[in-house]
Design a protein around this ligand. Sequence first.
Ligand SMILES: [Zn+2]
Length: 191
Amino acid sequence: MKSASQITAVALAAGMAFSQLSCGDASADGKEKSKVEKKAPAQPAKPVSKSDEEWQKILTPEQFEILRNHQTERPWGRAYYEFKKQGEGTYCCAGCNAELFSSKEKFDARCGWPAFFDTSKHENIKTVRDVAFGTVRVEVRCNVCDGHLGHVFTGEGYDTPTDQRYCINGEVLKFVPKVATGDDPSKGKDK
Ligand SMILES: [Zn+2]
């Protein structure tokens, strides 16, 4: 039988391990992972480059397939329904924590993937011409870690300020609620 002090020590160790989890390894204990951050992650100061092996250590298998192998999550998935329920806040890259979008640019495109009409940090996004599947599309990547995020479509007739649809894989976005950042999610938008 364990003594009270042993039990306390085990509980403390478990609690400590949990509090030390960072954005990338929230699923390390095998529980349902949550992509909602309790506090705003530090922004990367320089480009992030890792080997596939290193990426696999910090990403879930699905995040790895999307970010590093340019795969697409299935539409109307769990990440999409979580996205629909989220309130004010910012969306960061699951690979490197760079801020990419905010709730201010979010809109309901009814396409089964998270949609934004603009980015919140233009310098953290890059676009690349994508000719896979015999069509020409514009791929959206994180400009900090070069991770694949999704595609951007223009002129589809959405009633938004830009008529652009950044169609983004929800699995590779980390949501940081406004209460966690303590400041306005539109900060830096003038850039
Ligand atoms: Zn990134």
